[in-house]
Design a protein around this ligand. Sequence first.
Ligand SMILES: Cc1cc2nc3c(=O)[nH]c(=O)nc-3n(C[C@H](O)[C@H](O)[C@H](O)COP(=O)(O)O)c2cc1C
Ligand code: SF4
Length: 484
Amino acid sequence: MWKPPEKIRWSPDPGHLPDAGERASSTLFSPLQSGRLALRNRTWVPAMVPWRATDSGYVTPEVLDWYGRFAKGRPAAIVVEATGIRDVPSGPLLRIGHDRFLDGLEQLVDVVHRESGGTTKLFIQLIDFLAIKRRPDRVKFLERFLTITPSHRHALCMSEAEEADIRRAMIAMTDDELEPVLTAREFEALTKGYREQVNDMHLDHIKDLPKVLPDLFAEAADRASRAGFDGVELHYAHAYTMASFLSATNRRDDGYGGEAEARVRLPLEVYQAVRETVPEDFIVGSRFLASEEIEGGSTLDDVCHFAAAFAGAGMDFLSLSRGGKFDDAKQPKMGAAAYPYTGPSGYECMPQYISDEKGPFGRNFSATSAIRKAVRKAGFETPVVAAGGIHSFDVAEAALNDGTADIIGAARQTLADPDWFMKLETGHGSDIRLCEYTNYCEGLDQNHKQVTCKLWDRVQLDEPGVRKSSDGKRRLIAPDWTPE
Ligand SMILES: Cc1cc2nc3c(=O)[nH]c(=O)nc-3n(C[C@H](O)[C@H](O)[C@H](O)COP(=O)(O)O)c2cc1C
Ligand code: SF4
């Protein structure tokens, strides 16, 4: 993972542990009731892909264990990992693109409701993504895959040459020499692997995205509702299709790209289609980027516009993330695919302990606060979820009380200690296992390995019935906690 050049080391700070009076009067542990959304308090576990589905996208016993363990900690809400809405092979990504996935998803809902004693609301994150290919072998790419164009001939001063000679000349060049000869897309396909983009209007299936996506999302949301979920989170963040529509890099000329008003059109149409399909009390919110953190990305004004539009359309919550784009991803190894969390924008999405003077904790707060303010100014009370490095009562409480957010999302801290919110709430804060923000878990995620936490995955491995990773070396869920 990319790290800021300053390389300043930060440590998590548990802050002060609230006493009974502080807990009772806190905002963190007070209920939230806003429109359709009712939560027992302000604690929220954002989506985390644990790579535990089958290769065909079905729920497995390991998936059930993962969510059951989070549910035991009784957060007010859990968002199930990014789940594919199309009925297409997607490797071990959880899927909801067909009714055959319903059985497993129903079991998932049952486990969470049972383990949380019915106190945790369960939402599922719905994702669409575009095709991405692995970084090709250089010679094969230049010999076979690249289409030779007049522009290549011109750049190489080889207008009359045989195509085979042009390919041979290119193979003999260094990447630096080739860069000005190829288009930016061709150079990216050569050095990182080909990736479809929403701007590829010459491809019919990309041109037609605005026609097909509203129905695909609506059908997936309908399945989520039939499986018993309390709601869905539309994934409009990071490197995926809907975030690319919102992005200032979206230059489509069909009324869905260009100015912010046009870029938000499809996300609103998707929301409308979903809302019209699901029952009236079903929760529908979205996760999107407070900041893309890439060159030429959307401005804060653009995002405030999106947020107010989503709130105005009636979304039940707005969850804000940051970065996580392909645009600045690290060059993958030959034969591997680019991963959107490897560049500077990836750092902003899951900031780790080696950081800059700003540090990894609450990096998204100031943008989140500005966006929430814009939503309130537009006259909407839609709850806003903040996330990014939150691991203490003090920081959570301050963010709730200073108007940054209405709900506190903690992903890695909850992976490190699924009981941490409960420990705080019940006066056992000194038992909390603090996340060290080393991103060992994110490294596993990057390699599509079953995600665990380094603070507990080698602990009590011989415990009877403990389920282990495929290589048998790591336990897959945190050990149980019983208050003394
Ligand atoms: C292993 C892992 C998987 C993740 N998967 C998702 C995902 O499926 N969808 C999503 O929106 N964010 C995903 N995230 C990002 C988190 O939801 C969260 O925004 C990020 O980790 C920052 O919050 P934190 O500092 O509380 O961990 C993932 C993070 C991790 C560590
Ligand atoms: S592995 Fe555990 S301690 Fe390390 S960042 Fe992930 S959750 Fe935190």
